[in-house]
Design a binder for this molecule. Structure first.
Ligand SMILES: C[S@@+](CC[C@H](N)C(=O)[O-])C[C@H]1O[C@@H](n2cnc3c(N)ncnc32)[C@H](O)[C@@H]1O
Ligand code: SF4
Length: 349
């Protein structure tokens, strides 16, 4: 089973039944933005505009209280991926230990430069950690992330995390967002990732559209889908093993090139699986359309009702080609609308 894909829906078949019945429900997962501060300044960062505002940190007590209410309602996991760098959040250790006490699984995307501050808490509390590395050399890393030679320290942090694992947990991955200014580093990054003993390298393109990315800070990405397909095939051939996987989603990239979603469906169900909570306490059901469904001070019943309403009313023609939930929506649609699933020969034919 692909960890990054949506085969895991099978574990949540009860939610699909509820969606079919139009029943409100709280999501399995929350994406949490702990603050808009970042110690890096990646030239393509979609959070750049939000980082230009005054530094804002999440209210740790209010957030933990919200998680405590959500847990018995079906919340099972939180992922720290937001407007800034999660490990730079002053209350990081308190929040992750608190979430662990609630029995929540946790994961995060991090630039990795501050991980040594929280190594024990991360080893204790996390199910996955993904490092946004985007380079195979110090020079490229410094140029893309606009930092002063932090590459070796980050590699050291990745190595310490891998060495401290028990029973292979947390899962550790490295991400490479590919742009024509760093694609030549891809083989070096794959070699390093394998040598460091991480579980996978995730390759994706730098997206030109989306969020608060400032186009003046880096040229539009000229890497073509065919070029990326070839580069990934080469590193797979040279570096992939059973223990070290290379993750890549070509359908997402081709959809962006054509600027349209290539997986049809009739209803967005993403909000039943994930909501985003921002550092200002807003709860958002759809990142790209930025549709708020409340705040962490609201009743969960109100939030659930708004998610259901949104699922039935959102204008799918305005959805961006790169939305990661196209695949999830397509699969659920083929289950709930049998004629849409006919092409898959569902009866084991
Ligand atoms: C906004 S960052 C926040 C978490 C953390 N600071 C980090 O970099 O991992 C979340 C992820 O978005 C990715 N990202 C930001 N801008 C992007 C873009 N224009 N195209 C593709 N990925 C992007 C980053 O590489 C990172 O993996
Ligand atoms: S991608 Fe992550 S590390 Fe880079 S500037 Fe944005 S928030 Fe910071």
């Amino acid at each position: 089973m692909n960890r990054d894909g949506f085969e895991k829906l099978i574990y949540h078949h009860d939610k699909i039944v509820k969606i079919g019945r139009q029943a409100p429900q709280f999501p399995v997962h929350l994406t949490l933005s702990l603050g808009n501060y970042c110690n890096h300044a990646c030239r393509w960062c979609t959070a750049a505009a939000s980082q230009e505002k005054d530094v804002r940190h999440a209210d740790a007590d209010a957030l933990l209280e919200f998680l405590e209410r959500a847990r018995p309602r079906g919340l099972a996991a939180v992922g720290y991926v937001g407007n800034g760098e999660p490990t730079a959040y002053p209350d990081f250790a308190r929040v992750v230990v608190g979430a662990r006490r609630l029995g929540l699984e946790q994961g995060m995307f991090t630039n990795g430069a501050l991980l040594h501050r929280h190594l024990d808490a991360v080893l204790e509390c996390f199910t996955y950690v993904r490092f946004s590395l985007d380079a195979g050399t110090t020079a490229t890393h410094s140029a893309m992330h606009v930092v002063n030679d932090q590459f070796d320290r980050i590699l050291d942090n990745i190595g310490r995390l891998v060495a401290g694992r028990r029973g292979g947990s947390p899962t550790v991955g490295i991400q490479f967002a590919t742009h024509h200014e760093n694609i030549s580093d891809l083989p070096a990054a794959a070699r390093l990732a394998r040598e460091l003993g991480v579980d996978y390298l995730n390759v994706k393109p730098v997206f030109n559209q989306g969020g608060g990315r400032d186009p003046a800070r880096i040229a539009a990405n000229e890497v073509t889908p065919e070029q990326l397909d070839r580069a990934v095939a080469n590193i797979r051939r040279d570096f992939e093993t059973r223990a070290f996987q290379i993750h890549y989603k070509p359908f997402q990239i081709h959809a962006v090139q054509r600027d349209e979603n290539v997986l049809p469906y009739s209803r967005c169900v993403a909000g039943f699986f994930n909501l985003s909570v921002y550092e200002d306490g807003k709860v958002v059901a759809c990142g790209p359309h930025h549709i708020e469904v409340g705040t962490i001070a609201d009743s969960l019943a109100d939030i659930e009702a708004r998610v259901l309403e949104l699922s039935n009313s959102i204008d799918l023609s305005q959805c961006p080609a790169a939305c990661r939930y196209h695949a999830l929506n397509h699969i659920v649609d083929t289950v709930l609308v049998p004629e849409h699933g006919r092409e898959y020969h569902k009866n084991f034919l």
